[in-house]
Ligand binder design. Sequence first.
Ligand code: PHE
Ligand code: CO
Length: 289
Amino acid sequence: MAQAEHTPPEGAAADWTIPQDWDRYTPQEHALWDHLFARQAAMLPGRVVPEFMAGLDILRMTRPGIPDFAELSERLMKATGWQVVAVPGLVPDHVFFDHLANRRFVAGRFIRTPEQIDYLEEPDVFHDVFGHVPLLAHPAFADYMQAYGEGGLRAGGLGAIERLARLYWYTVEFGLIRQEDGGLRLYGAGIVSSYGESIFALDDPSPNRLGFDLRRLMRTRYRIDDYQQTYFVIDSFEDLLRQTVETDFAPIYAELGQEADFDTATVVAEDRIYNCGTQAYARAKEGLT
Ligand code: PHE
Ligand code: CO
């Protein structure tokens, strides 16, 4: 998400947006997008929530090459009233929230290098556009993202951005969703844009998979350096929207100020457990370092 200097860099507008300069992508950059796209598109059906695949289709994202944000925005505008705008990198929290509150999704325009194919720290155009944009064509998810932006502007004044950031992390970036047949699917952008985590998050015995609980989730720390040790499972996008929009977060922020955080791997008695993780993956890694 956010965090950066407080004035936009040279060449950026007051709202931190920059032109995508689509004509400047090289054939190699388009080819890298196509490679990443093909790898995920082959693996995701059966793993990702069907609404994600529908979004790729509605937005014609299955065509080759890095999408032109103007064209993408035109289709997205018709579907749910959203747009995609380019920014130079991470932007300050209030700028990020303000764009979301106005149904503008900010995306990086650069693409990773071939060496960074499986891991990079800053979100690039593949993560931001392939990962985040398809679900913006889904009405309930689109409304959730806007409400999140409004909630962010409010959280700023309440000193609660970190709590709210956890909600974004465990839903928009790393969320899982239950299907009617009881099976779990992926929807978080951080998962679906990662080949390794698309398998790990769903199939590996290592991580916890716990039912979504707003207060519990806001108390849970997260990892930015590796696969998650805990994923939270929502029942539906409509339910996520309802629970977050119909709850006033101000008293929760105040209440949680008194309570200790949960570690990234903790499971407690009240959790609705889909999988109580072995944490074997994280332990093996610790042993190696
Ligand atoms: N209901 C939240 C509040 O009172 C706002 C919000 C809605 C936050 C949806 C996130 C998602 O601040
Ligand atoms: Co992201």
